[in-house]
Design a protein around this ligand. Structure first.
Ligand code: ADP
Length: 323
């Protein structure tokens, strides 16, 4: 057990639905364990500019079901410099914060490493819709985002079917194709394009559309990942090559918003509480993860060196089920 008395919590980088559930869990678990809890606003920017407020159990009431983050988030250039990192750690000490929970993606984890090096016990929690953190099978927000994308594609499918069109739908995921892959299966798409497997495959898509037309298929759903992009150009080229009217839709930021799913609320709550446990145990430079059915933790340096591929079985499934 440690002598930690006051902890801080911040959200950093891209927001994700479920971050509020994680904040709530940090606050409530911390207070339940006899700690004081402070909220840092606008990510690392709020540490540098000392936007720090006390949080009590009521500060986090009525937020578990809300998307976004009540603490706001930012991208903070100052945190990339040694001076900024030292100032952030000094400001923690000034506010009496001896342990901090950073909820964000792998960029935010690098900031967490620096805080830890500067003497502040720091625990990271994976919050990103992209599912692109190698040490964990779950990241906060993926489930909500992928369900939002799936529902949007269902709607596009209706109009695509009515007009007998081909629809290219671009989903988020930065350089990772997890959202695209899951939509590829759940939306019954004909083709999914993901950066992890992309080989300039437009010919294969065109061939597939032509083949499907011959057996009577009148509309087509192609899911394209943000990491490949160029959906408008792709639509033009497909229309030209196949003669099938083709439209592109980039779903965009709506995938980041909305009420978190039950899965995101429960797992984000568990991860937030686990982060408090780790601080209570005197740990630092750790990241909470979900692996093989359990909530576990890894050293952040080790976690950032891990690599993750998309699930080959799922990728193969899209192909098998769309023949
Ligand atoms: P995400 O956490 O969603 O991956 P970013 O990559 O934008 O988002 O990172 C969020 C913030 O984390 C950055 O704006 C910066 O303040 C901090 N950060 C990112 N990389 C580093 C780094 N190498 N060193 C220190 N801080 C970093």
């Amino acid at each position: 057990m440690s002598d930690i008395k006051t902890i801080g919590v911040l959200t950093s980088g891209g927001d994700a639905p479920g971050m509020n559930a994680a904040i709530r869990a940090v606050v409530r678990a911390g207070i339940n364990d006899g700690l004081k809890v402070k909220g840092i606003h606008r990510g690392y920017m709020g540490l540098i500019e000392e936007e720090i407020t006390d949080l009590d159990t009521m500060s986090v009431s009525d937020i578990i079901h809300r998307g976004g983050t009540i603490l706001n988030t930012s991208r903070c250039k100052e945190m990339m410099t040694p001076e900024g990192q030292k100032l952030a750690a000094d400001n923690c000490r000034k506010a009496g914060i001896d342990g901090i929970v950073v909820i964000g993606g792998d960029g935010s984890f690098r900031g967490a490493q620096r805080l830890s090096e500067n003497g502040i016990n720091t625990i990271a929690v994976p919050g990103t819709i992209d599912l692109d953190i190698a040490c964990t099978e779950y990241t906060i927000g993926f489930d909500t985002a992928v369900n939002t994308a799936m529902e949007a594609i269902d709607k596009i499918r209706d109009t695509s079917a009515s007009h007998e069109r081909c629809s290219i739908i671009e989903v988020m995921g930065r350089t990772a194709g997890h959202i695209a892959l899951w939509c590829g299966i759940s939306n019954g798409s004909e083709y999914v394009m993901i950066p992890e497997r992309y080989d300039g495959e437009e010919d294969k898509i065109i061939e597939k559309i032509m083949k499907k037309r011959k057996i009577g298929k009148k509309h087509h759903i192609i899911v394209n990942a943000e990491g490949i992009g160029d959906s408008m150009g792709l639509a033009e080229r497909i229309e030209k090559a196949t003669g099938v009217e083709t439209r592109a839709t980039v779903i965009g930021h709506m995938q980041r918003g909305g009420n978190p799913t039950c899965h995101d609320r429960v797992y984000a709550s568990a991860m937030g509480a686990k982060a408090v446990d780790l601080l209570n145990e005197g740990k630092t430079n750790r990241v909470v993860a979900f692996k093989d059915g359990e909530f576990v933790d890894y050293d952040i340096d080790q976690a950032l060196n891990m690599t993750k591929d998309v699930d080959e079985h799922l990728y193969d499934l899209v192909r098998r089920l769309s023949r």
